[in-house]
Design a protein around this ligand. Sequence first.
Ligand code: RET
Length: 276
Amino acid sequence: MTAASTTATTMLQATQSDVLQEIQSNFLLNSSIWVNIALAGVVILLFVAMGRDIESPRAKLIWVATMLVPLVSISSYAGLASGLTVGFLQMPPGHALAGQEVLSPWGRYLTWTFSTPMILLALGLLADTDIASLFTAITMDIGMCVTGLAAALITSSHLLRWVFYGISCAFFVAVLYVLLVQWPADAEAAGTSEIFGTLKILTVVLWLGYPILWALGSEGVALLSVGVTSWGYSGLDILAKYVFAFLLLRWVAANEGAVSGSGMSIGSGGAAPADD
Ligand code: RET
């Protein structure tokens, strides 16, 4: 065994306590995690209060999907804070940090698999879209997150990290297509186009920030440190999750009549029944 591989093995066998120590000694990284835990806690309480009078099934479904966003988030950040979903990865030859053990908060990519479908479910219900379109957006989104996780975790080949990044981007394009082309027309027909338009722009602009950060951060070309990258994601999360969800819930609570269908009209091709 060479000296380099011995060091690598040592770090790769780091215990959860070692990882925790490393997180806690990195102020930027640690604060980016704890600020989000605190915010998610406040947001959960706020959303419970905001949704307490919502009665119609479709509006309720939007509310539950929206509530799940900070609920998944607080669990995700608690996983990162404890070191459970953070590990050391030895970057492959060709990577800017080749041979070094880089702290990877991979749990983020894993938990996006659960939070981002909730954002899309809420948006799809708001637009009163059809089930095929909703299924497409959610499955493409899950594909994006899982292949993004693969891109972050691959240590055998630099090229394959970027191949998976490319696959993830292709899934992302499908999500963007649904959001930008299909759902605006559904929202127009459902009478929710104003709020949908605002949330669509917020979502598309902020979501584009994630692959850019990935590419610039330590997973990609390593122009940004682990702490700065983590604050980047945390900042995007605050806007793409809490601000997004707040705007959506505030609108739903004030305009329940506009989303008062059964919540099961999904599959009807977006057309609401006449007596809806
Ligand atoms: C990755 C890297 C690979 C390429 C692409 C990505 C996109 C990620 C996105 C994440 C959105 C996350 C949100 C989380 C809220 O809980 C995986 C970074 C395209 C769009 C909104």
